[in-house]
Ligand binder design. Structure first.
Ligand code: ADP
Ligand code: MG
Length: 705
């Protein structure tokens, strides 16, 4: 067993953070950097040169040989291109190690192969990475060596965003500006910056790597494309919060250690609902840092798993029949002097500023429900949203008893006069102290839930970046704040005007509030009556980006131009078709080369056995063998014919031009053909000799880690 360690000793040791900058940079340069980080002041090359030099010296002490601009193109994963620090050899044959300010602030990866949705023709393939100095640089140490990673944004030659980070930073500026406007109206003169605070909870599955390597579907697509349910699933709820087995605990310990070194505040870990499913959550951080850290968490989960003979599956639905994985995006707004705009206080009915913030959020979510749904759209996430799994595809907001009641008072009478108090919870055990219940309960079925002093957006997919969710949230709330401020700044009587506005928003947008069971059939019907959209697939969802009201919001706050949006939508349709195409081809491969041959071996064995028994004893009852042979042969025939149909469907899909029509075809035709192939194969798996079946079963994968 590896040695024990002190978390506080290693925390942040590989991060070029504020303390390191303060210790290593000349005072003037440090002050300049703080200005750049805090107020977005322009970074001059002379300062950048000094910072780069110190950063390099520090990184080399950590063993770094290379640096990379670390960025988030629209592939969904991070990208990097390594350059070593060495310079051309001198006359004595030695090299110097150098890193200039220019190299720190700007990079030019050969970007022609990243998805750009037509924004950048291949002949004009220039893309630039630019340092996001608000997210600190870090040294990543692993078997590949040590590399200085510089978080960057990625743009085209003409300044269009080619990544997730650029619009995120733009949306943070938008919400900052509008939230400050709102605070000033309420007499706040001290706060100078408002930042979205984000804490993404990450779910994932862990399986044994040896078994994983025997599943071509997992290797090629991240999810199982075949697989019969084992006798036991998650019905006993005995995995959720269960004791963590030592093998997994040892893995989590290593994950935490790596993350802490990188300054990621890994805080909570537990078993999730499905067998082999777990969760990790950091302490919330500034929006862009939280998104960067979530990428580091995903990368670390995958990397460290290999060291433990394990494989981490980040796919939203690795296994049919048990829960899939999501990413809960906890979101609030925090001022630089520590005020949380989403904190209702003990008596929310008196907290007018909070009520305005709250009703603005209700308005934003109601008006842009389709857009929020689109932000969470992801190929794998289609297996969760709208597929009888948490959360439903219908967007609604859970407020809980206390706020729900305040809202009802506002709607009924125009004023709220009291707030429900949390009651005393009596345990009935003398030695356990009674405690006060929270005035807000939890509702796990809501896609957008108020949880005390933050909203939890639960739709995002486990392997997706949470950047799009936050881009949308920041932008739509900025828009609602801006509209409210436009009205209130003109008002003669502020108190009367704000009161009227809160009531107006509460009345107009109450349909988005739902405190009941989001999984129930009644809710689907009720939501339809309320006119709330129920968007079941990614293909249907992503068009919302081009809706005129979405384009208007994004353009108003310079988050996206219409051209940038068009390019993103195009990429999403392509991604959808390509992903399903890979899944279809993987199924074709596995069915044709592994499953059908295995089943033929089994039928041969059966008929040999029938002939053998007949020869040995003519009177023996061979009805069981014969029945089996008939059943297996007929399922085999069904498999073969479904395979032929899938091959045809895939070929037709591949031949189509990229775009929405192709994506629709993959969703409707190819996916149906895939399901038709899976059905007989899963039945065969239940019958065919386990020794012959060519891959580990669900039971092997999720119960024997
Ligand atoms: P849950 O019970 O839903 O797991 P937790 O209290 O564990 O809730 O918090 C989940 C995540 O929410 C964590 O990442 C936590 O840091 C984050 N979080 C807590 N408070 C806030 C806040 N005010 N704003 C944003 N995120 C927050
Ligand atoms: Mg949690």
């Amino acid at each position: 067993m590896s040695e024990y360690f002190n978390a506080s000793d290693i925390f942040g040791e590989n991060v070029f953070n504020d303390a390191v900058m303060q210790a290593r940079l000349p005072k003037k340069v440090y002050k300049k950097m703080r200005e750049v980080i805090e107020n977005g002041a322009e970074l001059d090359l002379a300062t950048a040169d000094v910072v780069a030099h110190e950063m390099k010296e520090w990184a080399i002490e950590k063993g770094a040989t290379h640096f990379t601009h670390w960025f988030q193109p629209l592939t969904g994963v991070t990208a990097e291109k390594h350059d070593s620090f060495i310079t051309a050899p001198m006359s004595n044959g030695k090299v110097l190690m150098s890193f200039s300010g220019k190299e720190l602030i700007k990079g030019e990866p050969d970007a022609s192969s990243f998805p750009s949705g037509g924004l950048r023709a291949t002949f004009e393939a220039r893309g630039y990475t630019a340092w996001d100095c608000t997210s600190p640089a870090f040294v990543r140490q692993d078997a590949a060596g040590a590399i200085l990673c510089i978080p960057t944004a990625f743009c085209s030659y003409t300044g269009e965003a080619l990544d997730q980070k650029t619009p995120l930073l733009r949306s943070m500026e938008a919400i900052n500006e509008q939230a400050i406007r709102l605070l000033r109206l309420f007499g706040n003169t001290t706060s100078s910056k408002v930042t979205p605070s984000v804490g993404p909870e990450q779910e994932y599955f862990i399986v044994d790597r040896e078994k994983y390597l025997q599943r071509k579907d997992l290797i090629f697509t991240g999810r199982t494309l075949f697989g019969a349910m084992p006798p036991k699933g998650q019905e006993m709820d005995d995995h959720y919060f269960g004791a963590i087995r030592e093998r997994i605990a040892a893995y989590m310990r290593d994950v935490n250690k790596e993350l802490w070194k990188l300054g990621v505040t890994a805080k909570t870990q537990h078993n999730e609902v499905a067998p082999a499913q777990h969760e990790i959550a950091p302490i919330y951080a500034e929006c862009n840092i939280a998104v960067d850290h979530n990428h580091l968490i995903m990368e670390t989960l995958k990397k460290v798993a290999g060291r433990h003979g394990l494989q981490c599956l980040l796919h939203e639905k690795p296994f049919a029949g048990v829960n899939g994985s999501g990413k809960h995006n906890n979101w609030s707004l925090t001022t630089d002097d520590g005020i949380n705009l989403l904190d209702p206080g003990k008596t929310p009915h008196e907290n007018v500023q909070f009520l305005l913030v709250l009703t603005c959020i209700l308005k934003a979510v109601d008006e842009h429900a389709e857009l929020l749904r689109a932000a969470a759209a992801d190929v794998g996430n289609d297996h969760r949203l709208g597929a009888n799994e948490a959360p439903p595809a219908i967007l609604s907001v859970f407020l809980g008893d206390q706020l729900g009641d305040v809202l009802t008072q506002l709607i009924r009478t125009g004023t709220a006069t009291h707030s429900l108090k949390g009651e005393k919870l009596e345990t009935g055990v003398k030695t356990i102290p009674d405690f006060t219940k929270d005035a807000t309960d939890r509702n796990r079925t809501s896609p957008f839930a108020f949880t005390g002093n933050k909203f939890e957006f639960r739709m995002a997919g486990s392997q997706d970046s949470v950047a799009p969710s936050n881009v949308v949230l920041n932008t739509i709330v900025a828009e609602a704040f801006a509209e409210a401020c436009d009205t209130l700044e003109k008002a003669d009587d502020f108190n009367a005007a704000v009161h009227d506005l809160i009531k107006k928003y509460a009345v107009e947008h109450q349909r988005i509030v739902f405190n009941g069971d989001g999984y129930s059939e009644e809710w689907v019907a009720e939501a339809e009556k309320r006119g709330l959209p129920n968007i079941k697939s990614m293909v249907e969802a992503i068009g919302a980006y081009m809706d005129p009201k979405s384009v208007a919001a994004f353009e108003k706050f310079n988050v996206f131009t219409k051209t940038e949006l068009e390019s993103r939508v195009e990429i999403e349709y392509e991604t959808y078709a390509k992903t399903i195409n890979i899944e279809a081809k993987a199924m074709i491969d596995i069915a044709g080369k592994q499953i059908i041959p295995a089943v033929i071996r089994y039928t041969t064995q059966l008929s040999d056995s029938i002939n053998g028994v007949k020869a040995a004893c003519g009177a023996a009852d061979i009805s069981a063998q014969t029945e089996l042979l008939t059943e297996v042969s007929s399922l085999l025939a069904e498999t073969k014919s479904a395979l032929t149909k899938l091959i045809e469907a895939e070929a037709a899909g591949s031949a189509m031009a990229e775009g929405r029509d192709q994506a629709v075809y993959y969703r409707d035709t190819v996916k149906a053909a895939m399901a038709a192939l899976r059905a007989p194969v899963d039945r065969l798996e239940m019958i065919v000799d386990k020794e012959i079946w060519p891959m580990p079963s669900y039971g092997d994968l999720i119960f024997e880690v």
